[in-house]
Design a protein around this ligand. Structure first.
Ligand SMILES: [Ca+2]
Length: 261
């Protein structure tokens, strides 16, 4: 059952690109590959997932920027971040540190400067190409460093990182019934679920708590063949471990996701 409030949390995301069978792949921008910055320094990162160097010594008002960037077909960003202090916020702006505001994501404390987590932010395409600014801020002026940033991942059907050969192969072969990993995971406010179906199917996607109790029906509807993505607001859910299950006819797949507040 989908309540009005739950329905209002959903934004269905499909596209011609995904229905054509293009495999979705994140495109990563290493934070240290900025084209412009203010106030940040670099260090070799201690992130267990690698990433070369991270930016650090970030204080309120510092920023990095990448130019040129197009957000065509990009529906969310995730940031690889760490903070031994209280964290802060990343504001996404266009063409300047005080430019047009696209969104804000909170960076939590992770307990150590090289203990990284992923935080996510849905974005919509403003059209055109821009200098994309990531401005680092905090709520209170406590004269402490905010956080480190290792990389930024772009998510959506607009990425052009897939070689044409694999696009052709994906288009030729029927796509298996698959539930892709959700991102970001852990989620701190919203999450993108992604799945593909081989032919027209009536699909259900449910979120369960660690006790196996149904928490939220994310969707129940017929879906055409191809890749489909759904943005889901997790802010109403308590912190903890959850399972999400995709069911269609006699098939089902489950995965785990952690939700942080
Ligand atoms: Ca990096």
């Amino acid at each position: 059952m989908l309540t009005d409030s739950a329905a209002s949390l959903l934004l269905l995301l499909t596209s011609k690109a995904s229905s054509a069978g293009i495999v979705l792949q994140p495109r990563r921008k290493e934070a240290e590959h900025y084209t412009q910055q203010q106030g940040v320094q670099l260090e070799n990162t201690g992130d267990e997932q690698g990433g070369g160097r991270n930016i650090g010594w970030i204080e309120h008002g510092d920023y990095i920027a990448f130019n040129p960037i197009s957000l065509a077909g990009i529906d969310s960003l995730t940031f690889r971040v760490a903070s031994a202090n209280a964290g802060g916020f990343i504001d996404v702006r266009l063409n300047g540190a005080e430019g047009s505001f696209l969104g804000r994501v909170r960076v939590p404390s992770t307990g150590a400067w090289q203990q990284y987590t992923d935080v996510g932010l849905p974005v919509s395409d403003p059209g055109g190409t821009h200098a994309l600014f990531f401005v680092f801020t905090r709520a209170t002026n406590d004269n402490q460093s905010l956080f480190n940033v290792n990389w930024i991942d772009f998510h959506g059907p607009g990425l052009q990182t897939v070689p044409s050969t694999s696009v052709a192969r994906a288009a030729e072969q029927p796509q298996p019934f698959t539930l892709h990993p959700a991102y970001p995971n852990p989620s701190n406010g919203s999450v993108v679920f992604s799945f593909q179906v081989p032919h027209q199917m009536h699909v259900r996607l449910d979120v369960y708590n660690a006790l196996g109790q149904l928490v939220r029906r994310v969707l129940e509807a017929p879906y055409r063949p191809g890749v489909h993505r759904v943005l889901f607001d997790t802010s109403a859910l308590a912190s903890g471990l959850y399972f999400y299950r995709l069911t269609a006819q006699d098939q089902s797949m489950s995965r785990r996701i952690a939700i942080l507040k």
